[in-house]
Design a protein around this ligand. Sequence first.
Ligand SMILES: NC(=O)c1ccc[n+]([C@@H]2O[C@H](COP(=O)([O-])OP(=O)(O)OC[C@H]3O[C@@H](n4cnc5c(N)ncnc54)[C@H](O)[C@@H]3O)[C@@H](O)[C@H]2O)c1
Ligand SMILES: [Zn+2]
Ligand SMILES: [Zn+2]
Length: 383
Amino acid sequence: MKAVVYEGPNKVSVKDVPDARIERPTDVLVRITATNICGSDLHMYEGRTDFEQGRWFGHENMGEVIEVGGAVQKVVVGDRVVLPFNVACGYCKNCERGLTNYCMTAQPVKEWAGAAYGFADMGPWAGGQAELLRVPWGDFNCLRLGEDADERSSDYVMLADIFPTGYHATEMAGVSPGDQTVIYGAGPVGLMAALSATIRGASKVMVVDRHPDRLRLAESIGAIAIDDSKVDPVDAVLEETMGLGADNGCECVGYQAHDPQGVEHPNETLNRLVRSVRFTGTIGTVGVFIPQDPGAHDELAKEGQIAFDFGLHWFKGQRMGTGQAPVKRYNRQLRDLIAAGKATPSFIVSHELPLDDAPDAYEHFDNRDDGWTKVVLRPGDSS
Ligand SMILES: NC(=O)c1ccc[n+]([C@@H]2O[C@H](COP(=O)([O-])OP(=O)(O)OC[C@H]3O[C@@H](n4cnc5c(N)ncnc54)[C@H](O)[C@@H]3O)[C@@H](O)[C@H]2O)c1
Ligand SMILES: [Zn+2]
Ligand SMILES: [Zn+2]
């Protein structure tokens, strides 16, 4: 089968690799029909993780079931399914509590938890930017779709990661009806957080970024765009909230946060959130931060540490939630919002391309080139 193989920093190529296949009786084999490029792939693509050369990416996957293992009971050949990016067993201590983001079975390092397809430090699972994907614990991990699976595939594929992840940011931030919410980052995840805050009834959603195309998408769903290359975003949020600050905030950028000139400041969004969110407010951090970052420019960040304004965070009595999103906690309900026409996450999609175009697409998306807001790869299509 063909797959998008990581060749080293800033290089992927579409190559033949061994076919994915059923390896255990609980596996399901999926022919991929849609697989997205994610901001998380870019941390790996840029060589800022220890993702191994020769492996392939792809954790935002959907497709058609073409084979099931002997112990699979619910999922059948022909089902259209979307797969949470988290690989999870369903029976470990964390999965039992719904914390499939920290599965202890799918992560082979005993001291760690959490697994994903085609992801650094998240287990051996192959990615889905390929023609075929092996889905372990298939009955648990497959979310089945209805008859509109093809017609709305660019909406449903967002259920693999970014729509539930954006939702999780607002859940951790406790966004409630009437709230004023600020979101740092208008990438796909930030835009999904903005959509989710709106679904949860926020009265005002403010989104901070500096890319006009992304900020326009935020405005298209009724959010207030704040361009941090033109104004101080903290001042802008305070002005919008009678000087009090937002009720809650979402971090949707991560450790490669940078200024509009491109210089990285891994603490910038978190410290700005502390200042943008009111006393007793809550922050949900889904942007990725990592324990070691050898590619960082400053010594602290190399050790995964940042100069966080903890004093002000504490003084304001704020709370913060962090980590990978437990996609399975939300994907069914969000699927039903899409099916009912009440959520259209595909508004962020700028490109739907065949797998062969992946190297070019990675380059444009990584540069955050104008108009490249979200790429869906379609392995079934030819260039
Ligand atoms: N927790 C999870 O489960 C989970 C899931 C998916 C993605 N993520 C992470 O979420 C983050 C965002 O993902 P994405 O796909 O939207 O990525 P992306 O890189 O496309 O978007 C990030 C956006 O942040 C903006 N940005 C950079 N520095 C900024 C700053 N200082 N202030 C404001 N905006 C700034 C960029 O201009 C860009 O538009 C990444 O770190 C990704 O790894 C986490
Ligand atoms: Zn993703
Ligand atoms: Zn588990």
